[in-house]
Design a protein around this ligand. Structure first.
Ligand code: NDP
Ligand code: 8X3
Length: 263
């Protein structure tokens, strides 16, 4: 019998690429997102694959409960929950950022991910089988200016994933946190509130990760032997590195001398 994966945020980027990847492997798909038309287009594109498409805003607990309650026969046993839906909004410093943007990121990246997990996990525990894959980010490990709440939400995803592993140690359920770096999708268009020119500058002159790269990794973590749990995957494009610690020098101090220890 085919396995079933539920993907949040399947209307774009990583989620959509994962839907295509798992369809190629013969899985059944539950694809979700807020944009109904995109869901319909994807379901049509994947004709031949058993697909249940359902409009879902992960921030709405009622919708999450209804989604699971109303799953059609044949889709009720979820083998993999891919908690992928998420977003960054803004790149302003913490003193200038929009508090509404902060709330949206917390509601989506943290609370939405928790709603899905809490709703789907009991049946996995009952069956003693399942895999929760969370989409974290390198922003949850390394700070950078303007990441403030976005980075904080992904740090939550990192620790929550580890705490799930702790809670589920006596079961056969697996938990993986995937932490990508620079990847080209609609991520930056959303971050800059639809400013496509600014978004494209983020990737200019780089060779970023692609959604297909991430889908390959998501598929791989599900394909290792059942006794193996890939806890975390941290992945960046080769063109990205971890910046040195920033040091602000007062202008009047002049340039650093040779023995200053400056990086
Ligand atoms: P995209 O913007 O291309 O895709 C984001 C997806 O999330 C869309 O399908 C969107 O669907 C969905 N989504 C957003 N808000 C909600 C909501 N409230 N309810 C349901 N679905 C929602 O970005 P990516 O594919 O790049 O991002 C996917 C995940 O990967 C995110 O969690 C992001 O933080 C993370 N990530 C991205 C990186 C990157 O550089 N691109 C790097 C590291 C992590 P819709 O609008 O239809 O609801
Ligand atoms: C997205 C990656 O580095 O733009 O999570 O924050 S980054």
């Amino acid at each position: 019998m085919s396995k079933t994966i539920l993907i949040t945020g399947a209307t774009s980027g990583f989620g959509r690429a994962c839907a295509e990847r798992f369809a190629r492997e013969g899985w059944q798909l539950i694809i979700t997102g807020r944009r109904q038309q995109r869901l319909e287009e994807l379901a049509e594109q994947l004709a031949g694959t058993p697909v249940h498409a359902a409009r879902l805003d992960v921030r709405d607990r009622g919708q999450v409960r209804a989604l699971v309650r109303d799953l059609p026969p044949g889709f009720r046993e979820i083998d993999v929950l891919l908690n992928n839906a998420g977003l960054a909004l803004g790149l302003e410093g913490a003193h200038e950022a929009d508090p509404d943007d902060w709330e949206t990121m917390i509601d989506t990246n943290i609370k939405g991910l928790c709603h899905l997990t809490r709703t789907i996990l009991p049946a996995m525990v009952e069956r003693d089988r399942g895999h929760i894959i969370n989409m974290g980010s390198v922003a949850g490990i390394y700070p950078y200016p303007g990441a403030n709440v976005y980075g904080g939400t992904k740090a939550f995803v990192r620790q929550f994933s580890r705490n799930l592993i702790a809670d589920l140690v006596a079961t056969r359920i697996r938990v993986t946190n995937i932490e990508p770096g620079l990847a080209e999708s609609e991520f930056s268009i959303v971050r800059f509130h639809g400013d496509r020119a600014r978004a494209s500058q983020v990737y200019q002159g780089t060779d970023p990760l692609t959604p297909a790269d991430i889908a390959e990794i998501v598929h791989w973590v599900t394909s290792v032997p059942p006794h193996v749990n890939i806890n975390t995957v941290e992945v960046m494009p080769v063109c990205q590195g971890c910046a040195p610690f920033a040091i602000h020098r007062r202008p009047e101090a002049g340039p650093p001398g040779p023995d200053s220890g400056a990086p």
